[in-house]
Design a protein around this ligand. Structure first.
Ligand SMILES: [Zn+2]
Length: 405
């Protein structure tokens, strides 16, 4: 049986995937500093025997297997968040300590472990064969932790690589993730006219104009709609600033930052008109806008991104989800759990912006991501290797994708 063959090969690769995961954890790769770990992973892809291995101009790494017409991507970001206060760690975050079947360190679960499993599933596929009409690219992407999906905007628009489906290796406790809520950063600015503090009536104080807006938003959170998948949406004011010629003068501008968490029905347009529709915004003639960030990497690479990360959600009946369920059932002989991540991922771009069918499956528990307990069980690494392999095999069996998306 195919599932037993995959299981046996994965079992034999256990030590290799442990060593590789530990080694990549030991190479720090905080967002913007991914070069060294990308080079190390490239070597491993070459050693395993990927048909083609390359790095794009942004710094994302690709390993290709097979040469079929249908492009399938498995994506894992290599960057991690910072370590925070070292005193909170029981293990060196950059050693990849291995103890009682668990690997510890920054990025263990989010998500160097998942990426290692994906890369090593390539080794299994080398042995049992990639389905004839499939080209598989395993992508080690960069700069996810600050602007999730920026990498895939680049890959799709600049590299012109557009797969028909994407599997994300973010930690999912070996469950099948089919979406997450989105978020958008909003700025609201009021302008005024400064006057001497001794004669405020001669000016137009921008702070007095923004305060009613702040209060409106505060009152709004509790009445935002609830949806059946993601629960209640959220809104909060997270920053406020103002300018004036001196503290002896009334403010001539004020700006707030609004963090809005999105549900299924929310779009960039709907959120902006929701804000513009507030009486306080109209009265103050305030400007509502979504900032564009320019992300600059260490080697000088600059790419603009709008601070909008859409909600995405796959239907359970979609062929991609059905294939993932089948891959899980055939490999593990039990039913998978389907769920939605709490955090945001590159799926915000692949599915949220570009509507490429996307799912997630990864080793490790979401609750350890970004914590000083960052860890991944070896058993998960092996199971994830099995799943990715089984998924590629099953995706090869599926022929009726057509125009569904
Ligand atoms: Zn992640």
């Amino acid at each position: 049986m195919m599932n037993q063959i995959i299981k046996d090969i994965a079992m034999n690769l256990t030590n290799e995937v442990i060593d590789f995961t530990r080694e990549t954890i030991a190479i720090p790769s905080i967002t913007g500093n991914e070069g060294s770990v990308i080079e190390r992973i490239k070597l491993e892809m070459e050693k395993i025997g990927y048909d083609k291995v390359w790095i794009d101009d942004m710094g994302n790494l690709f390993g290709q297997l097979g040469s079929g017409e249908r492009l399938l991507a498995i994506d894992g970001h290599v960057d991690t968040v910072e370590v925070g206060n070292l005193e909170n760690w029981n293990h060196d975050p950059f050693k990849g300590k291995f103890e009682n079947g668990v690997i510890y360190g920054r990025g263990a679960c989010d998500q160097k472990g998942g990426l290692a499993s994906a890369i090593y599933s390539g080794k299994i596929l080398k042995e049992i064969g990639v389905p004839g009409d499939i080209t598989l690219v395993v992508v080690a992407s960069i700069q996810e932790e600050i602007y999730e999906g920026l990498n895939w905007q680049y890959i799709i628009k600049e590299d012109r690589i557009k797969p028909e489906a994407v599997v994300l290796t973010e930690p999912s406790s070996l469950n099948i993730a089919i979406g997450h809520r989105g978020r958008v950063d909003i700025k609201i600015r009021t302008t005024g006219i400064s006057s001497h503090g001794a004669a405020p009536e001669l000016g137009d104080n921008a702070i007095y104009k923004i305060v009613p807006i702040v209060l409106d938003i505060q009152g709004m959170d509790s009445i935002l709609p609830v949806d059946d998948i993601f629960g209640k949406a959220n809104i909060s004011v997270t920053d406020i600033r103002s300018t004036s010629p001196s503290i002896n003068a009334t403010a001539d501008s004020s700006i707030i930052h609004v963090d809005r968490r999105l549900n299924q029905g929310d779009s960039l347009e709907s959120i902006i008109s929701e804000m513009e529709g507030l009486d306080s915004v109209k009265t103050a003639e305030a400007k509502v806008f979504v900032p564009e960030h320019e992300y600059k990497s260490k080697n000088g690479f600059v790419y603009p991104i709008k601070a909008y990360y859409p909600t995405w959600c796959m239907e359970e009946s979609h062929p991609l989800v059905q294939t993932a369920i089948k891959a899980y059932q055939t490999q593990f002989e039990k039913e998978p759990i389907l769920y939605h991540w709490r955090f945001s991922t590159n799926g915000a771009a692949t599915k949220g912006i570009f509507n490429i069918p996307t799912i997630g499956f990864g080793p490790g528990y979401e609750k350890y991501a970004h914590t000083p307990d960052d860890q991944v069980p070896v058993e998960h690494l092996v199971k994830a290797m099995e799943f990715y392999t089984s998924f590629v095999k099953n995706w090869g069996n599926f022929k009726g994708y057509g125009s569904i998306s």
